[in-house]
Design a protein around this ligand. Structure first.
Ligand SMILES: NC(=O)c1ccc[n+]([C@@H]2O[C@H](COP(=O)([O-])OP(=O)(O)OC[C@H]3O[C@@H](n4cnc5c(N)ncnc54)[C@H](O)[C@@H]3O)[C@@H](O)[C@H]2O)c1
Ligand SMILES: O=P(O)(O)OC[C@H](O)CO
Length: 336
């Protein structure tokens, strides 16, 4: 059945997901806070800053008025950067007069509180203004989804019915959604892989090869799983789409903002410079701080995260840390 969907966030991922929903015959309005971008989407049917070569469907409506966007929506998709989620949720509560299914497709941890995005949304949106919070996550670059490249991701919710609602809403011949009930594992896999992607990019920028990439991905997955299990995730989730799947795409793709940022850091650019030139959100930077602090609080060994934290927040030289991490105390691979 045709659904009315509000997409909050007019960046690359919000736009690509809105295109999938239009393809599936839904009534979609996207909300953004830059009026000139809204005019561009409505009049030229493009969003050049975020999806440079893509022609958007004419049916896609855009507005900078949140109330207009969410009015009578059956589902509301939050897809702004993690740091904006709480503020956008608070604004949403002021203008929401019904009880939509809440979906989010952002990937990160709140820097100050270390909370997952669904925790923030549940905290900010009262029960009479939401049906559930469903997490949409997995290996998916906007640039490929926008040109209908084959993609598989996960819809996670404690209540399977709500995950199935989102599965049905988004699924089509190029976009396949699996359900999952491990919300913690899916959100942590999504957030933490960005840290490892920064590292994978940095290794490339420093001139290391495929062995190094395989090493950081595998040992990265080990530390993601350790922290995840300590926080209540099902370990099996980390070998699924939101674990190894997202780790693979983000650590190997030139589309990845996190990989590209790491690559430039490895090539010797300053973090400030890298972030300024990227022009899009690099979630791994703030997530590194949250994950590092969590690992210390929970006493979980996360050597890759700790190393990236030192490079980003303590000005350690990126070309020196590889030797340090390689020469750490020897270990068994079977130690969890
Ligand atoms: N780009 C992808 O391929 C992709 C894929 C999967 C998940 N994600 C996740 O989706 C989230 C959004 O990423 P993106 O790539 O679309 O980012 P982006 O940088 O392309 O766009 C972010 C958008 O959010 C808007 N924004 C920022 N702060 C805002 C605020 N306070 N209020 C309203 N709008 C605000 C920006 O103006 C911009 O339009 C991130 O958490 C990212 O990790 C991205
Ligand atoms: O471009 P990135 O690094 O933000 O990654 C985007 C998606 O999370 C990949 O699944």
């Amino acid at each position: 059945m045709k659904q009315k969907v509000a997409v909050l966030g007019a960046g690359s991922w919000g736009t690509a997901l809105a295109m999938v929903l239009i393809e599936n015959g839904h009534d979609v309005t996207i909300w953004g806070h830059h009026p000139e971008q809204i005019t561009e989407i409505n009049e030229n049917h493009t969003n050049k800053r975020y999806l440079s070569d893509v022609q958007l469907p004419e049916e896609l409506k855009a507005t900078s008025e949140l109330e207009v966007c969410v009015k009578d929506a059956d589902a509301v998709l939050f897809v702004v950067p993690t740091k904006a989620i709480r503020n956008v949720a608070q604004k949403f509560v002021e203008v929401c007069h019904n009880q939509p299914v809440i979906i989010h497709a952002s990937k990160g941890l709140e820097q100050e509180t270390h909370k997952r995005i669904s925790e923030i949304l549940i905290e900010e949106i009262p029960e009479n203004k939401r049906k559930d919070v469903v997490v949409l996550s997995g290996p998916s670059h906007a640039e490929e989804v926008a040109v209908k490249d084959v993609t598989t991701i996960t819809a996670a919710a404690k209540n399977l019915e709500n995950a199935e609602y989102v599965q049905k809403l988004f699924s089509n011949e190029y976009f396949r959604i699996y359900t999952n009930q491990d919300v913690i594992g899916v959100e942590l896999g999504a957030a933490l892989k960005n840290i490892i992607a920064l590292g994978s990019g940095a290794l490339h920028g420093l001139g290391y090869g495929d062995n190094a990439r395989a090493a950081i991905m595998t040992r990265g997955l080990a530390e993601i799983s350790r922290l995840g299990v300590a926080m209540g995730a099902d370990p099996l989730t980390f070998i699924g789409l939101s674990g190894v799947g997202d780790l693979a795409v983000t650590c190997t793709s030139v589309h990845s903002r996190n990989w590209r940022a790491g690559d430039l850091l490895g090539k010797g650019q300053s973090l400030e410079n890298v972030l300024e030139n990227m022009g899009m959100i690099v979630e791994g930077v703030s997530t590194t701080k949250a994950a590092y602090e969590l690992s210390r609080d929970l006493k979980i060994d996360m050597p890759i995260t700790e190393t990236i934290y030192k490079v980003i927040y303590e000005n350690e030289e990126v070309n020196k840390v590889v030797k340090e991490i390689m020469l750490r105390e020897h270990k068994s691979e079977q130690e969890f």
